[in-house]
Design a protein around this ligand. Structure first.
Ligand code: C2E
Ligand code: MG
Ligand code: MG
Ligand code: MG
Length: 279
């Protein structure tokens, strides 16, 4: 590559770029070691329905490196994807979620709760992915309807036929399929119609300024309308204020996730939060 770049190869010695490359190589090394040493945790963030009661949670992976401050997923997920570490990490998150669902299934006050698990493109494309989901469901003995997989629009950028076939296989198992960060990508509406989806998830980007930015409000309204006309559920992420929630409800979105209700919590604190909500 350096050779074919010829004269432009000087770019490789741009100190700033070099620093970035070195930093992410170091992060990749730490990530691999962190994975071997079990430095990952799963936090759970509540999702609530129209009546304010919890419908379930989203599982969000956390990396607690002994020296670094908590590295946010936004930083390490892309590196985990590049190095394919996301495949075992993602499988582990899935197993954690299924084990938690199995626990809740034994408690009548919790048995209705769902867990949403994020699935990266690299993970979804893995030839074993469908089998892994099947195994995780079978080994934990959970009812597959309680497991939600959050897929992203970037899956739709290529290999459309294979994507639809895989989604259909997951759907046949009874798993719930949600399209995360909706509106940020470029899914064409004709694609959307062909996907065996259950839900669209409105990205926080549009919720953030929904009260002040007419464009964001219009986008949110369009997504809600689209979900309704395709017969899909819709949930809004990043809801931080009562006003945002009221606006979303007025547009027909009755499921929410965000700091207004609760931030992502370790399982122990989540259980306490749920206890405190019960009468
Ligand atoms: P996401 O799936 O869109 O998850 C929602 C993100 O929004 C989470 O960030 C959550 O903490 C944050 N959030 C929720 N409510 C609010 C709010 O009211 N205000 C604000 N400012 N933020 C809110 P987090 O945990 O940092 O995760 C970032 C992204 O990393 C996730 O976005 C997801 O794409 C990815 N991710 C997290 N866990 C996993 C995982 O297990 N596997 C994969 N493949 N990706 C993951
Ligand atoms: Mg998500
Ligand atoms: Mg999201
Ligand atoms: Mg998001």
């Amino acid at each position: 590559q350096a050779k074919s770049a010829g004269r432009n190869a000087v770019r490789f010695f741009d100190p700033e770029m070099q620093a970035t490359v070195t930093a992410s190589a170091a992060l990749a090394t730490d990530l691999r070691q962190g994975w071997r040493e079990g430095q990952f945790l799963v936090d759970y963030q509540p999702q609530v329905g129209a009546d304010g009661r919890m419908t379930g949670v989203e599982a969000l992976v956390r990396w607690q490196h002994p020296q670094r401050d908590r590295v946010p997923p936004a930083h390490f997920i892309s590196i985990a994807e590049e190095t394919s570490l996301i495949v075992p990490i993602g499988r582990w998150v899935l197993e954690q979620a299924c084990a938690q669902l199995a626990q809740w299934a034994k408690n009548p006050a919790r048995a209705h709760l769902t867990i949403a698990v994020n699935v990266s493109v690299r993970q979804f494309r893995d030839p074993d992915f469908v089998d892994e989901v099947m195994t995780a469901i079978r080994d934990s003995g959970i009812s597959p309807q309680k497991l939600k997989l959050e897929l992203t629009e970037s899956l739709l950028a290529e290999e459309m036929e294979a994507t639809v076939a895989k989604m259909a296989a997951l759907k046949d198992m009874g798993v719930y399929l949600s399209l995360d960060d909706f509106g940020m990508g470029y899914s064409s509406l004709s694609y959307l119609k062909r996907l065996p989806l259950d839900q669209l998830k409105i990205d926080r980007e549009f919720v953030k300024d929904i009260l002040t930015d007419a464009n964001d409000a219009a986008i949110a309204r369009t997504i809600i309308g689209l979900a309704q006309s395709l017969g899909l559920g819709v949930v809004a992420e990043g809801v931080e204020t009562q006003e945002q929630r009221a606006f979303l409800a007025k547009q027909g979105c009755y499921e929410y996730q965000g700091f207004l209700f609760c931030k992502p919590l370790p399982i122990g604190e989540l259980e306490e939060f749920m206890d405190s909500m019960e009468p």
